[in-house]
Design a protein around this ligand. Structure first.
Ligand SMILES: Cc1cc2nc3c(=O)[nH]c(=O)nc-3n(C[C@H](O)[C@H](O)[C@H](O)COP(=O)(O)O)c2cc1C
Length: 134
């Protein structure tokens, strides 16, 4: 059990066209260090154009982080699909930021067709089909 109520956020966005895809590696490297130090876990999926990111952790931390991310100029079209307290274990225990490539655009389409916890659960179902980076 976590010592605090878990809070989770799911959003989609698009890589800004002026930003190199290689920048994502830098974002992920820094994010993993920060998330690990602040008890945040999550999954970031990229399909070549769009991001879909699930993050979970202490409510205040996740809320503030999601605000910072939404203001990040390296992506646009930030659209929150889900934000809620979660009763139960973390979805991504032990993963400060898993990063996965989705080869099929239908994967993020299927998530954005939903909202709320159903969208989050649909993203988790995609895990076995993602090319996950260690
Ligand atoms: C798609 C995307 C996902 C991000 N995910 C995280 C994350 O999980 N953790 C994190 O600390 N920063 C993440 N960032 C970076 C933040 O937007 C921000 O640069 C970072 O929190 C540092 O904040 P600061 O620049 O205000 O100091 C992400 C950025 C983008 C574009």
């Amino acid at each position: 059990m976590s010592p605090f109520p878990l809070y989770e956020v799911l959003y989609t966005s698009e890589l800004d066209p002026s930003v190199k895809v290689s920048t994502i590696a830098d974002i992920v490297r820094r994010a993993r260090l920060w998330n690990a130090a602040h008890e945040v876990t999550g999954l970031l999926v990229f399909d070549g154009g769009r991001f879909c990111h699930h993050l979970e952790g202490p409510a205040e931390v996740v809320h503030a982080l999601a605000l910072r991310i939404s203001a990040d100029a390296r992506h646009t079209g930030f659209r929150r699909l889900h934000a809620a307290t979660r009763i139960g274990p973390r979805r991504l225990e032990g993963h400060p930021l898993s990063y996965g490539l989705a080869y099929d655009e239908a994967e993020i389409d299927a998530v954005t067709a939903l909202s709320g916890v159903a969208a989050t659960e649909r993203l988790m179902q995609a895990l076995p089909r993602l090319e996950l980076e260690p």
